[in-house]
Design a protein around this ligand. Structure first.
Ligand code: C2E
Ligand code: MG
Ligand code: MG
Length: 741
């Protein structure tokens, strides 16, 4: 069988490809950023070498005369690579079409020897130069073509035929022009990128794999980096822990549509966190990959500080340094909206410092502020992520807490706040009983907006039993009691007509001799079945309707009548105290009504006293003073009731023409243990005395309280110790017993 002649030996081809591949792998490992262009060069080289190998086979056959010269010429003429066959004395030159086209010379000029010198980049032919061409398997030559363009070709030259005078050679070209251009472009793009990175006044970081960053020199300077290479995880450790979540989401961003921006703190060269605006973007490659990711950072610390200052002025409470009402309303509504959107729940707790006004008055403004500040800081400690502590006004605070399904959380939290708050009573405040009350509701369930939910928490606070430290949850049924009030109003109106209202009397005792000096008329609703309804249950409802006028008229006339009757019965003269609401008190014919009651009963004015609460008096201080003066002109006495519970200020004692000051029961209840209550009571008594105002303590229940108050200089006492409010007949017995004392 005739052996088939081959142009390329398979072992040679395999060796060529293996060598090329090894070279490629090695090079790519060394320069990963140049892998793309290297791959191009590699493929071109493999093709080129395969061609060389093919031609070598062909030449071998030519050499052995198995292929004719004209056949050989026509083969290379058709090949799509630059080729030249030449004799080393240049007596023979043949360039193929591809080469002629490249140089831009017609076929007839292509056999000149000067053209051959030119393509080897040799200005003057000399043996040495041609030896270099022949010996070098990749001889790189640069020359200008007829259009003036620089051409780069790597020539590989092989001996085709040995001849006596001169040998015949074949040079195969590998056109490097485009690759060279690409290299130059790549290099200049790289240089441009590097210089931009150098020149930019802002920090730039770039990553091709989202694992490693290359930082611009400004970035290196700003952050005090050791080098321009930093891994993303190293960079992340410089980001402030609270801003890392944002940073992570930026790193994961695959959005190529727009430049995004986040503000974050990054530890900088000076070792402290600066605020930076980080503008970043992913850049999409041609094959849908995201080859480049990076961004620019700009130090915005100063702007941020300005923003913080502006926000501070608008949103921070000056006294306590925590959020103010504005911030609470804004953030509260945002939280409320999030709750609706994501089906979360939050608690809103509204807190009120018990008796703060009186503490403020007695302990001074400085201590008052100290208490507010520290209370705020205690609240702040209980804020959980996403929540807020704020001062709403005066001594009112709010706390927003995430609800994780634990219904006892608000109560437990308030109890802990109360415990912490009580511990504040040291040094100057050692004797104060510091406490707070709270009302709470849940959002979004308890209202249609944040304001609604907060008002419900405030409603709950006001609906608590009024005792110190009370905590009350908002219940929608709380409104039912208001709706139910309409029913109550109707039956109260009937009760008045049916004479179901009756006055009970509670004795007031002179603490220096134990003798009765007066009684307070306290209204009771005695239902036909005998149940007694106390005034707290119906006076506020009567106050909201026209009924209070009727009730007060009854109380005024009945009180005067009863007192005159006791006088006629021979009991010692005592003062009859009646309570007025603001509706009664601000009546323009108040003086006439009182005068009428006195006239009808025949009671002398000095045996009648009107009790007014401070909040009532302060509603409209000028009008209140003029009304009080009218009563004083009649000779009627005036008492300030429940002193210390409202916005009490000792300075009002100067302004209001009162004759008696009634210390609220809350000061008396624990006076034996509560030093501050004792201090307040003693101070008030001293001041009142200096202003010729008499004092009476409400709610005395035991002898210890009585003796403390007597020692403190209190004139009178009222409370269960002497007698509960009682019907007139019972009071007569009390009179008789008391007279025998
Ligand atoms: P107030 O004028 O401060 O009356 C004192 C309240 O303290 C009375 O409650 C009385 O029973 C209670 N009290 C007296 N001593 C003690 C004590 O030692 N311990 C305790 N725990 N409580 C004591 P009451 O009668 O239920 O009256 C409540 C409030 O209703 C009164 O407070 C007053 O503001 C109002 N009120 C009562 N009667 C009338 C009235 O005829 N007209 C108006 N406008 N308001 C009235
Ligand atoms: Mg009273
Ligand atoms: Mg009172």
């Amino acid at each position: 069988m005739k052996k088939r002649k081959r142009s390329l030996h398979p072992v040679a081809a395999a060796l060529i490809i293996a060598a090329g591949t090894m070279a490629l792998v090695g090079y790519c490992c060394m320069y990963p950023d140049k892998a793309y262009s290297t791959l191009l060069i590699y493929l071109s080289t493999v093709i080129f070498l395969l061609l060389i190998a093919f031609l070598s086979g062909l030449m071998y056959r030519l050499h052995k005369n198995s292929v004719g010269q004209s056949e050989f010429i026509s083969i290379i003429e058709a090949l799509n690579t630059e080729m030249i066959v030449w004799s080393d004395d240049f007596s023979y030159v043949h360039m193929n079409k591809k080469l002629r086209d490249l140089i831009g010379i017609p076929k007839e000029d292509a056999n000149q020897c000067s053209a051959a010198w030119q393509i080897f980049g040799i200005p003057v032919p000399d043996k040495e130069a041609f030896k270099r061409v022949i010996d070098n398997h990749s001889y790189e030559a640069r020359f200008k073509n007829s259009s003036g363009n620089i051409i780069s070709i790597a020539w590989s030259t092989s001996l085709v035929k040995k001849r006596k005078r001169s040998n015949l050679y074949l040079s195969t070209g590998f056109n490097l022009t485009e690759l060279k251009k690409m290299r130059v472009n790549l290099a200049s793009a790289n240089d441009f990128f590097n210089s931009s990175m150098e020149l930019a006044e802002i920090g730039v970081i770039m990553s091709t794999d989202r694992k490693n960053y290359r930082a611009s020199s400004e970035m290196v300077r700003m952050l005090g980096l050791r080098s321009s290479s930093i891994t993303v995880s190293e960079f992340r450790t410089l980001v402030h822990p609270n801003d890392r979540i944002q940073f992570d989401s930026a790193i994961k961003s695959t959005d190529t549509s727009e430049v995004k921006s986040i503000d974050m703190r990054i530890k900088s060269a000076d070792g402290v966190y600066h605020w930076y605006s980080y503008r970043y973007k992913s850049i999409e490659g041609t094959d849908n990959t995201l080859p480049l990711f990076g961004g620019a950072i700009l130090d915005i610390t100063q702007e941020h500080e300005k923003d913080i200052l502006i926000e501070r002025l608008a949103y921070i409470d000056e006294v306590t340094d925590i959020a103010n009402r504005n911030k609470l309303m804004d953030t509260g509504q945002e939280i409320y909206d999030t709750c609706r959107l994501l089906q979360y729940s939050y608690w809103i707790i509204v807190l009120d410092i018990d008796r703060f006004h009186i503490i403020n008055d007695t302990c001074g403004y400085k201590n008052g502020n100290y208490i507010l500040r520290n209370f705020a800081h205690i609240l702040y400690k209980f804020v959980t992520p996403g929540g807020l502590a704020a001062r709403i006004s005066g001594d009112n605070f709010a706390l927003i807490l995430r609800d994780y399904g634990d219904n006892d959380l608000p109560i437990r939290t308030v109890r802990s706040i109360q415990d912490e708050f009580a511990k504040l009573a040291v040094d100057e405040l050692a004797s104060i009983n510091l406490n707070c009350s709270a009302g709470y509701s849940r959002m979004p369930e308890d209202g249609s907006s944040f304001l609604d939910v907060m008002e419900h928490a405030e409603f709950a606070l006001k609906s608590s039993d009024g005792n110190q430290g009370s905590i009350c949850a908002y219940e929608p049924s709380m409104h039912d009691s208001i709706i139910g009030n309409t029913e109550l109003e109707k039956s109260l109106a009937l009760a008045i007509d049916n004479n179901e209202l009756q006055l009970f009397y509670q004795p007031k005792i002179n603490l220096s001799n134990g003798k009765i000096m007066g009684v307070e008329a306290l209204i009771r609703w005695i239902k036909p079945d005998g149940t007694i309804v106390t005034p707290d249950a119906f006076v506020p409802i009567a106050e909201r309707s026209h009924l209070i006028g009727k009730i007060s008229e009854y109380v005024l006339n009945e009180g005067c009548r009863q007192n005159k009757l006791w006088q006629k019965m021979g009991y010692p003269n005592i003062v009859m105290s009646i309570n007025f609401t603001s509706v009664d008190f601000y009546q323009s014919d108040l003086k006439e009504k009182v005068l009428d009651a006195l006239a009808k009963s025949g009671l002398e004015p000095q045996w009648l006293e009107v009790e007014l609460t401070e909040s009532l008096a302060l509603n409209d201080i000028d009008f209140a003073v003029s009304q009080m003066n009218k009563l004083r002109e009649l000779g009627v006495k005036l008492a300030m009731d429940d002193f210390g519970t409202g916005y009490s200020s000792l300075s009002y004692l100067q302004t209001l023409p009162i004759t008696l000051l009634k210390l609220d029961r809350s000061f008396i209840t624990d006076i034996e243990h509560d030093n501050i209550a004792y201090e307040i009571v003693s101070a008030v008594i001293r001041i009142a005395k200096s202003k010729k105002i008499e004092t009476i303590a409400e709610g005395i229940e035991d002898k210890v309280q009585e003796s403390i108050l007597r020692m403190a200089g209190c004139d009178y006492g009222q409370g269960f110790l002497y007698g509960k409010p009682m019907p007139p007949e019972k009071l007569q017995q009390f009179f008789e017993y008391n007279m025998r004392k």
